[in-house]
Design a protein around this ligand. Structure first.
Ligand code: TRP
Length: 448
Protein backbone atom coordinates (compact mmCIF):
# COMPACT_ATOMS: atom_id res chain seq x y z
CA UNK A 1 0.00 0.00 0.00
CA UNK A 2 1.43 3.37 -0.94
CA UNK A 3 1.56 5.86 1.86
CA UNK A 4 0.38 9.25 0.67
CA UNK A 5 1.08 12.55 2.37
CA UNK A 6 -1.98 14.13 3.95
CA UNK A 7 -3.34 16.82 1.66
CA UNK A 8 -3.54 20.53 2.54
CA UNK A 9 -5.67 23.32 1.11
CA UNK A 10 -3.41 25.13 -1.37
CA UNK A 11 -4.54 28.60 -0.31
CA UNK A 12 -6.16 30.45 2.51
CA UNK A 13 -9.09 31.23 0.21
CA UNK A 14 -9.46 27.54 -0.67
CA UNK A 15 -10.02 26.67 2.97
CA UNK A 16 -12.37 29.58 3.62
CA UNK A 17 -14.51 28.74 0.60
CA UNK A 18 -14.63 25.06 1.47
CA UNK A 19 -15.65 25.72 5.07
CA UNK A 20 -18.12 28.38 3.96
CA UNK A 21 -19.43 25.91 1.39
CA UNK A 22 -20.00 23.39 4.16
CA UNK A 23 -21.77 25.97 6.28
CA UNK A 24 -23.94 27.41 3.52
CA UNK A 25 -26.50 24.80 2.54
CA UNK A 26 -30.10 23.70 2.79
CA UNK A 27 -29.81 25.07 6.32
CA UNK A 28 -29.53 28.65 5.06
CA UNK A 29 -31.86 28.64 2.09
CA UNK A 30 -34.48 26.03 2.96
CA UNK A 31 -34.40 25.77 6.77
CA UNK A 32 -33.54 29.30 7.95
CA UNK A 33 -36.42 31.14 6.21
CA UNK A 34 -39.10 28.68 7.31
CA UNK A 35 -37.86 28.58 10.92
CA UNK A 36 -37.74 32.39 10.90
CA UNK A 37 -41.27 32.44 9.50
CA UNK A 38 -42.48 30.14 12.28
CA UNK A 39 -40.82 32.27 14.97
CA UNK A 40 -42.12 35.75 14.23
CA UNK A 41 -39.64 37.06 11.67
CA UNK A 42 -37.21 39.81 12.72
CA UNK A 43 -37.04 38.83 16.39
CA UNK A 44 -35.81 35.39 15.38
CA UNK A 45 -33.24 36.89 13.04
CA UNK A 46 -31.89 38.95 15.93
CA UNK A 47 -31.66 36.07 18.43
CA UNK A 48 -30.17 33.80 15.80
CA UNK A 49 -27.41 36.39 15.18
CA UNK A 50 -26.63 36.54 18.90
CA UNK A 51 -26.51 32.72 19.10
CA UNK A 52 -24.23 32.46 16.08
CA UNK A 53 -21.74 34.95 17.51
CA UNK A 54 -21.74 33.99 21.21
CA UNK A 55 -22.09 30.21 20.88
CA UNK A 56 -21.34 29.38 17.25
CA UNK A 57 -18.12 31.34 16.86
CA UNK A 58 -16.30 29.92 19.93
CA UNK A 59 -17.30 26.34 19.03
CA UNK A 60 -16.24 26.93 15.41
CA UNK A 61 -12.83 28.18 16.61
CA UNK A 62 -12.51 25.13 18.86
CA UNK A 63 -13.35 22.61 16.14
CA UNK A 64 -10.99 24.18 13.60
CA UNK A 65 -8.21 24.23 16.22
CA UNK A 66 -8.76 20.58 17.14
CA UNK A 67 -8.39 19.68 13.47
CA UNK A 68 -5.37 21.84 12.72
CA UNK A 69 -3.53 20.81 15.90
CA UNK A 70 -3.96 17.08 15.25
CA UNK A 71 -4.19 16.98 11.45
CA UNK A 72 -6.66 14.15 11.95
CA UNK A 73 -10.29 13.11 11.45
CA UNK A 74 -12.58 13.70 14.48
CA UNK A 75 -11.82 10.34 16.14
CA UNK A 76 -8.06 10.74 15.61
CA UNK A 77 -8.17 14.36 16.74
CA UNK A 78 -9.68 13.58 20.15
CA UNK A 79 -7.32 10.60 20.53
CA UNK A 80 -4.29 12.75 19.74
CA UNK A 81 -5.11 15.48 22.25
CA UNK A 82 -6.79 13.59 25.13
CA UNK A 83 -4.72 11.59 27.59
CA UNK A 84 -4.19 7.94 26.61
CA UNK A 85 -6.89 5.46 27.60
CA UNK A 86 -9.58 8.08 28.05
CA UNK A 87 -12.79 7.65 26.06
CA UNK A 88 -12.87 11.15 24.49
CA UNK A 89 -12.47 9.64 21.03
CA UNK A 90 -16.10 8.56 21.40
CA UNK A 91 -17.10 12.20 20.83
CA UNK A 92 -15.43 11.93 17.43
CA UNK A 93 -17.13 8.61 16.81
CA UNK A 94 -20.52 10.14 17.60
CA UNK A 95 -19.65 12.83 15.05
CA UNK A 96 -18.86 10.31 12.34
CA UNK A 97 -22.15 8.55 13.04
CA UNK A 98 -24.03 11.86 13.01
CA UNK A 99 -22.47 12.87 9.68
CA UNK A 100 -23.66 9.62 8.26
CA UNK A 101 -27.21 10.12 9.56
CA UNK A 102 -27.55 13.74 8.43
CA UNK A 103 -26.19 13.00 4.97
CA UNK A 104 -28.70 10.20 4.40
CA UNK A 105 -31.75 12.49 4.63
CA UNK A 106 -29.97 15.64 3.48
CA UNK A 107 -29.47 13.86 0.17
CA UNK A 108 -33.18 13.04 -0.04
CA UNK A 109 -34.13 16.74 0.32
CA UNK A 110 -31.36 17.79 -2.08
CA UNK A 111 -32.85 15.22 -4.48
CA UNK A 112 -36.21 17.00 -4.29
CA UNK A 113 -34.40 20.20 -5.19
CA UNK A 114 -32.79 18.55 -8.23
CA UNK A 115 -36.14 17.18 -9.35
CA UNK A 116 -37.54 20.72 -9.07
CA UNK A 117 -34.84 22.01 -11.44
CA UNK A 118 -36.24 19.66 -14.07
CA UNK A 119 -39.84 20.50 -13.18
CA UNK A 120 -39.07 24.22 -13.49
CA UNK A 121 -37.41 23.67 -16.87
CA UNK A 122 -40.54 21.80 -17.98
CA UNK A 123 -42.78 24.72 -17.11
CA UNK A 124 -44.44 23.58 -13.87
CA UNK A 125 -44.30 27.17 -12.56
CA UNK A 126 -47.26 27.85 -14.86
CA UNK A 127 -49.39 25.33 -12.95
CA UNK A 128 -51.63 26.29 -10.06
CA UNK A 129 -51.64 23.65 -7.34
CA UNK A 130 -48.12 23.75 -5.90
CA UNK A 131 -49.00 21.90 -2.71
CA UNK A 132 -50.40 19.12 -4.90
CA UNK A 133 -47.22 19.02 -6.99
CA UNK A 134 -45.04 18.78 -3.89
CA UNK A 135 -47.09 16.07 -2.20
CA UNK A 136 -47.26 14.11 -5.41
CA UNK A 137 -43.51 14.36 -5.84
CA UNK A 138 -42.46 13.29 -2.35
CA UNK A 139 -45.03 10.50 -2.17
CA UNK A 140 -43.66 8.99 -5.34
CA UNK A 141 -40.94 6.35 -5.27
CA UNK A 142 -39.08 6.18 -8.57
CA UNK A 143 -38.28 9.87 -9.10
CA UNK A 144 -37.20 10.69 -5.53
CA UNK A 145 -35.03 7.53 -5.52
CA UNK A 146 -33.44 8.46 -8.82
CA UNK A 147 -32.52 11.98 -7.64
CA UNK A 148 -31.36 10.80 -4.23
CA UNK A 149 -29.04 8.44 -6.12
CA UNK A 150 -27.85 11.13 -8.55
CA UNK A 151 -27.13 13.52 -5.69
CA UNK A 152 -25.13 10.91 -3.76
CA UNK A 153 -23.22 10.03 -6.93
CA UNK A 154 -22.18 13.68 -7.40
CA UNK A 155 -21.11 13.90 -3.76
CA UNK A 156 -19.09 10.68 -4.02
CA UNK A 157 -17.49 11.87 -7.28
CA UNK A 158 -16.21 15.09 -5.73
CA UNK A 159 -14.92 13.40 -2.57
CA UNK A 160 -13.20 10.66 -4.59
CA UNK A 161 -11.23 13.32 -6.44
CA UNK A 162 -9.66 14.48 -3.19
CA UNK A 163 -9.39 17.56 -1.01
CA UNK A 164 -7.66 19.87 -3.49
CA UNK A 165 -8.75 18.48 -6.87
CA UNK A 166 -12.25 17.68 -5.63
CA UNK A 167 -13.51 19.82 -2.78
CA UNK A 168 -11.41 22.94 -3.29
CA UNK A 169 -11.90 23.01 -7.05
CA UNK A 170 -15.67 22.51 -6.80
CA UNK A 171 -16.26 25.21 -4.20
CA UNK A 172 -14.18 27.81 -6.07
CA UNK A 173 -16.57 27.52 -9.02
CA UNK A 174 -19.82 26.88 -7.16
CA UNK A 175 -19.71 29.44 -4.33
CA UNK A 176 -19.45 32.58 -6.51
CA UNK A 177 -22.29 31.31 -8.75
CA UNK A 178 -24.45 30.73 -5.71
CA UNK A 179 -23.80 34.21 -4.40
CA UNK A 180 -24.60 35.89 -7.72
CA UNK A 181 -27.83 33.94 -8.20
CA UNK A 182 -29.00 34.86 -4.75
CA UNK A 183 -28.30 38.56 -5.26
CA UNK A 184 -30.37 38.47 -8.47
CA UNK A 185 -33.28 36.86 -6.59
CA UNK A 186 -33.11 39.40 -3.76
CA UNK A 187 -33.23 42.20 -6.30
CA UNK A 188 -36.30 40.67 -7.93
CA UNK A 189 -38.04 40.13 -4.62
CA UNK A 190 -37.53 43.55 -3.03
CA UNK A 191 -38.60 45.38 -6.19
CA UNK A 192 -42.02 43.67 -6.35
CA UNK A 193 -44.83 46.04 -5.49
CA UNK A 194 -45.99 45.42 -1.93
CA UNK A 195 -42.58 44.11 -0.82
CA UNK A 196 -42.40 46.64 2.02
CA UNK A 197 -44.56 44.62 4.43
CA UNK A 198 -42.17 41.71 4.07
CA UNK A 199 -39.20 43.92 4.86
CA UNK A 200 -40.92 45.17 8.01
CA UNK A 201 -41.76 41.62 9.09
CA UNK A 202 -38.18 40.49 8.50
CA UNK A 203 -36.28 43.51 9.81
CA UNK A 204 -38.34 45.22 12.55
CA UNK A 205 -38.27 42.98 15.65
CA UNK A 206 -41.35 42.50 17.80
CA UNK A 207 -39.97 41.62 21.26
CA UNK A 208 -43.28 40.28 22.53
CA UNK A 209 -42.75 37.23 20.30
CA UNK A 210 -39.83 35.74 22.30
CA UNK A 211 -40.52 32.31 23.82
CA UNK A 212 -38.37 29.38 25.00
CA UNK A 213 -39.01 27.86 21.60
CA UNK A 214 -37.46 30.90 19.92
CA UNK A 215 -34.22 30.51 21.88
CA UNK A 216 -34.16 26.79 21.31
CA UNK A 217 -34.68 27.07 17.56
CA UNK A 218 -32.07 29.84 17.33
CA UNK A 219 -29.34 27.76 18.99
CA UNK A 220 -30.20 24.63 17.00
CA UNK A 221 -30.09 26.69 13.81
CA UNK A 222 -26.73 28.20 14.81
CA UNK A 223 -25.23 24.70 15.16
CA UNK A 224 -26.73 23.31 12.01
CA UNK A 225 -25.89 26.27 9.83
CA UNK A 226 -22.23 26.42 10.93
CA UNK A 227 -21.85 22.64 10.49
CA UNK A 228 -20.93 22.29 14.17
CA UNK A 229 -21.24 19.49 16.68
CA UNK A 230 -20.08 16.54 14.59
CA UNK A 231 -16.53 17.25 13.51
CA UNK A 232 -17.02 18.60 9.99
CA UNK A 233 -14.97 21.67 10.92
CA UNK A 234 -12.43 19.45 12.74
CA UNK A 235 -11.98 17.53 9.51
CA UNK A 236 -11.70 20.62 7.29
CA UNK A 237 -9.37 22.24 9.85
CA UNK A 238 -7.14 19.17 9.67
CA UNK A 239 -6.19 20.09 6.09
CA UNK A 240 -5.20 23.61 7.18
CA UNK A 241 -1.52 24.49 7.05
CA UNK A 242 0.21 25.71 10.19
CA UNK A 243 0.71 29.28 9.08
CA UNK A 244 -2.94 30.09 8.33
CA UNK A 245 -4.81 31.99 11.01
CA UNK A 246 -7.91 30.38 12.49
CA UNK A 247 -9.50 33.45 14.11
CA UNK A 248 -9.76 35.31 10.82
CA UNK A 249 -10.66 32.29 8.69
CA UNK A 250 -13.48 31.33 11.06
CA UNK A 251 -14.63 34.96 11.03
CA UNK A 252 -14.93 34.94 7.24
CA UNK A 253 -16.79 31.62 7.26
CA UNK A 254 -19.25 32.85 9.86
CA UNK A 255 -19.72 36.18 8.10
CA UNK A 256 -20.39 34.55 4.78
CA UNK A 257 -22.76 31.99 6.25
CA UNK A 258 -24.80 34.66 8.01
CA UNK A 259 -24.81 36.88 4.93
CA UNK A 260 -26.26 34.08 2.79
CA UNK A 261 -28.97 33.30 5.35
CA UNK A 262 -29.93 36.98 5.58
CA UNK A 263 -30.03 37.23 1.78
CA UNK A 264 -32.18 34.10 1.57
CA UNK A 265 -34.67 35.76 3.91
CA UNK A 266 -34.56 38.91 1.79
CA UNK A 267 -35.27 36.86 -1.30
CA UNK A 268 -38.23 35.11 0.28
CA UNK A 269 -40.15 37.34 2.74
CA UNK A 270 -40.72 40.45 0.58
CA UNK A 271 -42.03 38.20 -2.20
CA UNK A 272 -44.23 36.19 0.16
CA UNK A 273 -45.83 39.38 1.53
CA UNK A 274 -46.10 41.04 -1.87
CA UNK A 275 -48.29 38.12 -2.92
CA UNK A 276 -50.34 38.03 0.25
CA UNK A 277 -49.06 34.59 1.26
CA UNK A 278 -48.26 33.40 4.78
CA UNK A 279 -44.65 33.33 6.08
CA UNK A 280 -45.28 30.43 8.49
CA UNK A 281 -45.91 27.66 5.97
CA UNK A 282 -43.19 25.46 7.54
CA UNK A 283 -40.86 23.15 5.59
CA UNK A 284 -43.02 23.55 2.49
CA UNK A 285 -42.11 27.24 2.24
CA UNK A 286 -39.36 26.52 -0.27
CA UNK A 287 -41.16 23.93 -2.33
CA UNK A 288 -44.75 25.16 -2.21
CA UNK A 289 -44.87 28.86 -1.33
CA UNK A 290 -41.89 29.93 -3.41
CA UNK A 291 -43.10 28.41 -6.68
CA UNK A 292 -46.34 30.34 -6.11
CA UNK A 293 -44.20 33.45 -5.77
CA UNK A 294 -42.35 32.69 -8.99
CA UNK A 295 -45.62 32.04 -10.79
CA UNK A 296 -46.67 35.61 -10.05
CA UNK A 297 -43.52 37.36 -11.19
CA UNK A 298 -42.46 38.37 -14.65
CA UNK A 299 -39.88 35.84 -15.89
CA UNK A 300 -40.96 33.63 -12.97
CA UNK A 301 -40.17 30.39 -14.77
CA UNK A 302 -36.59 31.52 -15.22
CA UNK A 303 -36.20 32.70 -11.62
CA UNK A 304 -37.77 29.49 -10.34
CA UNK A 305 -35.35 27.44 -12.36
CA UNK A 306 -32.38 29.51 -11.10
CA UNK A 307 -33.54 29.21 -7.52
CA UNK A 308 -33.53 25.41 -7.51
CA UNK A 309 -30.15 25.37 -9.24
CA UNK A 310 -28.90 27.56 -6.41
CA UNK A 311 -30.43 25.39 -3.72
CA UNK A 312 -28.82 22.30 -5.24
CA UNK A 313 -25.39 23.94 -5.47
CA UNK A 314 -25.59 24.97 -1.82
CA UNK A 315 -26.55 21.40 -0.89
CA UNK A 316 -23.63 19.87 -2.80
CA UNK A 317 -20.97 22.01 -1.11
CA UNK A 318 -22.42 20.94 2.25
CA UNK A 319 -22.98 17.27 1.53
CA UNK A 320 -19.34 16.84 0.52
CA UNK A 321 -18.31 18.02 3.98
CA UNK A 322 -20.60 15.47 5.61
CA UNK A 323 -19.20 12.63 3.49
CA UNK A 324 -15.62 13.85 3.99
CA UNK A 325 -15.92 13.35 7.76
CA UNK A 326 -16.76 9.68 7.35
CA UNK A 327 -14.23 9.15 4.54
CA UNK A 328 -11.40 10.86 6.47
CA UNK A 329 -12.16 8.58 9.40
CA UNK A 330 -11.93 5.39 7.30
CA UNK A 331 -8.79 6.65 5.51
CA UNK A 332 -6.94 7.75 8.68
CA UNK A 333 -8.03 5.13 11.16
CA UNK A 334 -8.63 2.07 8.99
CA UNK A 335 -6.22 2.76 6.12
CA UNK A 336 -8.92 2.57 3.46
CA UNK A 337 -8.13 4.00 0.08
CA UNK A 338 -9.99 7.33 -0.45
CA UNK A 339 -11.88 6.38 -3.60
CA UNK A 340 -12.98 3.06 -2.26
CA UNK A 341 -14.03 4.65 1.03
CA UNK A 342 -16.08 7.33 -0.75
CA UNK A 343 -17.84 4.77 -2.94
CA UNK A 344 -18.65 2.22 -0.27
CA UNK A 345 -19.80 4.81 2.26
CA UNK A 346 -21.80 6.57 -0.46
CA UNK A 347 -23.69 3.39 -1.24
CA UNK A 348 -24.41 2.70 2.44
CA UNK A 349 -25.62 6.30 2.95
CA UNK A 350 -27.88 5.94 -0.08
CA UNK A 351 -29.44 2.82 1.43
CA UNK A 352 -29.85 4.39 4.88
CA UNK A 353 -31.64 7.29 3.14
CA UNK A 354 -34.25 5.00 1.61
CA UNK A 355 -36.49 4.66 4.72
CA UNK A 356 -36.91 8.45 5.15
CA UNK A 357 -37.52 8.70 1.41
CA UNK A 358 -40.26 6.06 1.60
CA UNK A 359 -41.74 7.71 4.70
CA UNK A 360 -44.15 9.60 2.41
CA UNK A 361 -45.28 6.51 0.52
CA UNK A 362 -44.71 2.82 1.33
CA UNK A 363 -43.59 3.51 4.91
CA UNK A 364 -45.98 6.35 5.74
CA UNK A 365 -47.48 4.32 8.58
CA UNK A 366 -44.23 4.41 10.52
CA UNK A 367 -44.29 7.31 12.95
CA UNK A 368 -42.16 8.30 15.92
CA UNK A 369 -43.74 10.80 18.34
CA UNK A 370 -45.99 11.85 15.51
CA UNK A 371 -43.10 12.51 13.14
CA UNK A 372 -42.49 10.83 9.79
CA UNK A 373 -39.19 9.01 9.27
CA UNK A 374 -37.35 11.95 7.71
CA UNK A 375 -38.41 14.29 10.52
CA UNK A 376 -37.38 11.61 13.01
CA UNK A 377 -33.84 11.42 11.55
CA UNK A 378 -33.73 15.22 11.57
CA UNK A 379 -34.97 15.36 15.16
CA UNK A 380 -32.36 12.92 16.45
CA UNK A 381 -29.60 14.74 14.59
CA UNK A 382 -30.55 18.31 15.50
CA UNK A 383 -32.10 17.87 18.92
CA UNK A 384 -29.76 15.24 20.34
CA UNK A 385 -26.61 14.33 18.42
CA UNK A 386 -25.43 17.83 17.43
CA UNK A 387 -26.08 19.47 20.83
CA UNK A 388 -24.48 16.52 22.66
CA UNK A 389 -21.49 16.67 20.30
CA UNK A 390 -21.18 20.44 20.74
CA UNK A 391 -21.58 20.22 24.51
CA UNK A 392 -18.90 17.54 24.87
CA UNK A 393 -16.57 19.39 22.48
CA UNK A 394 -16.89 22.54 24.61
CA UNK A 395 -16.28 20.59 27.83
CA UNK A 396 -13.27 18.89 26.26
CA UNK A 397 -11.89 22.25 25.16
CA UNK A 398 -12.52 23.96 28.49
CA UNK A 399 -11.44 21.25 30.90
CA UNK A 400 -9.22 18.70 29.13
CA UNK A 401 -7.33 20.52 26.40
CA UNK A 402 -6.22 23.71 28.19
CA UNK A 403 -7.84 26.89 26.90
CA UNK A 404 -4.45 28.67 26.83
CA UNK A 405 -3.19 26.07 24.38
CA UNK A 406 -6.30 26.46 22.25
CA UNK A 407 -5.83 30.22 22.21
CA UNK A 408 -2.24 29.72 20.97
CA UNK A 409 -3.61 27.57 18.16
CA UNK A 410 -6.38 30.05 17.32
CA UNK A 411 -4.15 33.14 17.33
CA UNK A 412 -1.23 31.58 15.48
CA UNK A 413 -0.23 33.56 12.36
CA UNK A 414 -1.05 37.12 11.35
CA UNK A 415 -4.59 38.18 12.03
CA UNK A 416 -6.97 41.07 12.33
CA UNK A 417 -9.11 39.36 14.97
CA UNK A 418 -7.40 38.55 18.28
CA UNK A 419 -9.22 36.08 20.48
CA UNK A 420 -8.80 36.52 24.21
CA UNK A 421 -10.28 35.88 27.61
CA UNK A 422 -13.94 36.07 26.52
CA UNK A 423 -13.36 32.83 24.60
CA UNK A 424 -12.30 31.04 27.81
CA UNK A 425 -15.32 32.33 29.71
CA UNK A 426 -17.75 31.32 26.98
CA UNK A 427 -16.29 27.85 26.39
CA UNK A 428 -15.94 26.95 30.07
CA UNK A 429 -18.87 28.60 31.84
CA UNK A 430 -21.53 29.76 29.41
CA UNK A 431 -21.77 27.44 26.44
CA UNK A 432 -22.00 24.04 28.22
CA UNK A 433 -24.85 25.01 30.57
CA UNK A 434 -26.62 26.97 27.83
CA UNK A 435 -26.59 23.99 25.47
CA UNK A 436 -27.59 21.58 28.23
CA UNK A 437 -30.61 23.68 29.24
CA UNK A 438 -31.76 24.27 25.69
CA UNK A 439 -31.38 20.60 24.80
CA UNK A 440 -33.35 19.55 27.85
CA UNK A 441 -36.16 22.00 27.09
CA UNK A 442 -36.29 20.87 23.50
CA UNK A 443 -36.49 17.16 24.35
CA UNK A 444 -39.02 17.80 27.09
CA UNK A 445 -41.23 19.81 24.74
CA UNK A 446 -41.18 17.04 22.18
CA UNK A 447 -42.40 14.46 24.66
CA UNK A 448 -45.16 16.47 26.37
N1 TRP B 1 -24.38 23.55 7.43
C1 TRP B 1 -25.09 22.86 6.40
C2 TRP B 1 -26.38 23.59 6.08
O1 TRP B 1 -26.67 24.60 6.64
C3 TRP B 1 -25.39 21.43 6.72
C4 TRP B 1 -24.21 20.70 7.20
C5 TRP B 1 -23.11 20.37 6.52
C6 TRP B 1 -24.01 20.27 8.53
N2 TRP B 1 -22.22 19.74 7.34
C7 TRP B 1 -22.75 19.68 8.56
C8 TRP B 1 -24.79 20.34 9.66
C9 TRP B 1 -22.26 19.18 9.76
C10 TRP B 1 -24.30 19.85 10.85
C11 TRP B 1 -23.04 19.27 10.90
O2 TRP B 1 -27.13 23.14 5.26
Amino acid sequence: MKSTKRESWTSKLGFILAAAGSAVGLGNIWRFPYITGENGGAIFLLIYLVAVILIGYPVLLTEMSLGRKSHKNPVGAFKAIARDNTPWWLVGALGVFTGFTILSYYSVIAGWSMAYIVKAANGFIAEADFAGVFVEHISGVGEPLLWHGVFMAITVGIISAGVVKGIQKAVKVLMPILFLLLVVLVFRSVTLSGAGAGLVYYLAPDFSQITAQTLNDAIAQAFFTLSLGMGAMITYGSYLSDDDNIADSAGYVLGFDVLIAILAGLAIFPAVFALGLSPDAGPGLTFITLPAVFAEMPLGALFGFLFFVLLTIAAVTSSISLLEVVVAYMVDEHQWERKKAAQIIGIVVFVVGIPPLLGYSALSDIQFLGMDILDTYDWFANSIFLPVGGLLTAIFAGYVWRTDDILDEINQGNSVLKIGVWFKIMIKYIIPPAIAVIMFVSIWQTFV
